[in-house]
Structures are given as structure tokens and as C-alpha cells.
Design a protein around this ligand. Sequence first.
Ligand code: FRU
Length: 501
Amino acid sequence: MTAATATTAETFRPALHYAAQNTWLNDPNGLIFHGGVYHLYYQNNPLGNVWGNMSWGHATSTDLLTWTEHPVAIACDENEDIFSGSIIYDRENTSGFGNDSVAPLVAIYTSAFKPGSAHEGTQAQSLAYSLDGGYTWTKHIGNPVLTRGSAEFRDPKVIRYDGAAGSYWVMVAVEAKDFQAVLYKSENLKDWELLSTFGPANATGGVWECPDLFQLPVDGDPENLKWVLTVNLNPGGPNNGSAGQYFIGDFDGTTFTSTSTVTEGLQDPARLGDYQWLDWGRDYYAAVSFSDAPDNHRLMIAWMNNWEYANQIPTTPWRSPMSLAREITLKSSNGKLRLVQQPAGDWTAMAGPESFRLTDTILHEGVQVLPGGAGTVQRIDITVTPGSAEEFGLILRGHGAKGTRVGIRPVEGALFVDRRESGQTDFHESFPSIDTAPIRPTDGAYDLTIYVDRCSVEVFAQGGQVTMTELIFPAETSTDLSVYAVGGTATVNSLQVTQFA
Ligand code: FRU
């Protein structure tokens, strides 16, 4: 490796996010908390840093902030690629894969059958099991266990349903090109019976992939539970390319119903702003949640990339980071239910001493570099009250006025990330972009918490009601932090920068 490529690799390698040591990854798979350890499996090319040879890579963490890579968990072979799926802890050994002393972990994954294999041309659901806590896996001899003869049937997420209708395993997967979530039930993970389908609904501009189904209390009230169905879609997100939408509703053990669905005018891009999105940024895809997270918390991780340019992002020898793990809750606000997201994990352990603070400062037209706020890996907490400015915000990972802009245009009710001058952008024509999300002030003010890493920006706005996740590739020397206003004034009530590296 030349000195130049070595520098590039370390320039973008994230400090706060997982990336494989020197290979490609995409979707998180099989997320489970088991034996005191968070397991993150993922779509991995063990032989390269572009998509291919799909297998399940593996990493573990005890704090959701630092990760250890392990050998490939489930490898592709001459018959199948191992596409996305989930893992459950089969406590009662319903599958029979366990023995007298050990209950198995069971992975339910999509076999993407290769030309020449017995199931050529189809995608079907298969099982593998682990008796050593998730480190080594054996494929089930009776695979596949569920086939529909379809070429687009994938991404099974299995949960335990315990409710009025009984107690059994439920699988939600997709018929990707039909924009349908398909639900199945099983007693033993091997025999599956169709329950129902959901969709097409809301955003259908691409294929539906990687669904999830879980229950959450509304405003923390255990007596008021709602079901959430998440569906990733690619392309067709609110700012182009890959994104994840969600539906809030009810699941009676057979059918998922939602009041927030729109089934007419599906393809109308003008409607995308009306739907509910897990994240409005360009780089938050294939989000799924952990099984068995402690204390019933709902924790999610997404792949931090976008299929539009995923194979071209300028990192080497690895390619693609995961998002931060996020805790998801369900809140009612202005009569509407919505998911609220916060980074999971104990960040106090990661933080250096608080490095910079600004209070009650009026921004005037122009850019003001904040020398004390400079850095590469940091959290920025800012509360701003609008004044006469048509636009105001921050410039991160900057070099003077050039950098990634995270701003607000109050009259338009828009939060945006502008990465046109964020650093390297020319590896794909659709990368340099201004991406927007709807935002409304709370008590007259906007508040943003922004996690900046060596190749990413994750914005949690209004307490996590709106999030935007975007990749950026700034020069190592672009460390300036600035505030700016356009066309008038705004007041920074408070700004705090915490350095992490
Ligand atoms: C989503 C996806 C899944 C599939 C996997 C293949 O990014 O296309 O639908 O299982 O990636 O790597």
C-alpha cells in the first residue's frame, strides 16, 4: 500500500461508528443482545470492498459504541448468497436445534439462489443455528424452509408474538417489487403459514426491503401499546435513493393495520413529505432493530450509505460504515404519533472535557468561525431562536466558509444538510446535494444535536423527532466550526461542543 492510500484509509475511518477492517458491508443483519453482548451481523463481501459474495460478517460490542470484528459468521457457497435476515434466541428450543444443555440462536436469512443451484432464480428463507452464543453457525439441512417461487422474496425479520391470538413466531419479509410486507407464523421456525400481507402503501418509488415489526408504548405508557412496521425502500426516499419509512398501527396476531397509510397517488413525488420517515438524510438504510435488547428498549442500527453511490464512496480498504445505534421511542405530539430517536449508549465515557460553549449570541449576516469549536469527531448541541435571517446554521468540518452546512430556513420550515462543499464529492454525480427535512420550532426555538465523525454527520433535531444522516468526505485538515446567517439575524441561545477524539 502506498503512503497516499494509507492516509486516505485512516482519514475517513470512523471513530464512533462500526466499519469492517478491510472489506465491504451493507445491511445490518441478525441484531441481537445475548449473553451480555450486542451482536451485529451484516451483509459482507469477505473478499472485497464492493458488493458481492454476500455472507454475514460479525462484530460485537458491550457498549454499542466500540465494536470488535469476528470471522465471517455465515458464508455464501456455490449454491447461495446469504442475504439479509434476523436472529432470535429460541429459549424453548422450539426448532429442535438445541440440546439438553443449550438453547440455540437461530438465524433466519434469505437464500439468494445462484444459477445452477436447485432453486435457481428464487429467493427463499433459510435457517442456520449457533450453540456457542453466535460465533459459529451451522446451516439447517432442510433449507430452504419457506419458498414462494419468487425471485424477490427476502429479508425476514422474526419476532415472538405473545398476545390475544396466542404465542408463536411471526416473520415479516417482503415481496420487494410488489411493495408488500408478507407476514407468516410458525411454531417451530421450520413450518410457516401465511398470515396476511400489508401494502402497497405510502412510498413505493423503488423496491421494499428489510422490514421490521415491533411494539412500543405511547409516551412510555405500558397500558397504551402500538405496533410499528418499518419498511426500507430503494430508490424512492424523500431526498432520492435509499431510505426507510414507517407505519404506526395495530397487529392482532394476523394482520397489521395502520391509519397512516395512503394508497392512492403512490408514485407522486410531491407526497413523499407527507409520509413518516425513519431518517430524512441520504445515508440511513436497511434499518432494523435488536432482538432481546435490555429492559425492552428498542434499539436500531442502519447501514450508513445509499445504493445510488454505495460502491463508489472514496474509502479504502473498507467500504461503508454503520449508523450509530439509536434508541427508538413513540411519542404523541400535536395529536400525531411519531418515532423519536436518540443515540444509544453511555456517551459520557467517550467524551473528552467540554471544549467550547457559547450563549446568547446574535448572529449577523455572514460566517463566523469559532476557533474553540474546531474538531473532527464531536457532538454539537445548539439551540437557536430565529430572527430576521432567512437562513442560519452551522458549517462543520470546514475550511473557512467551505464545509458541510447544517441549516434552517424558518419560513420554509426546512432543516437541511448541504454537502456540496463538504470535501470529496466528485466520485458520483448525485452525491453533492442539498437535502431537506420538515422542521417546526418548539417554544419558538430550534434545537439540534449533531454527531460529527470522520465521514458522517447525524442530526437529531427537536429532541430526535426529525433525524438526518449523511456521509461526508472532508480533508483531514478541514476542522473549522462556524455559525452563519443569511439575510438578517438569529440568536444562538446556547451552543456546546463536546470532543470525542
Ligand atoms: C438491501 C438489500 C436486501 C438484500 C441485501 C443484499 O440493501 O438489497 O434486500 O437482502 O441488500 O445484500
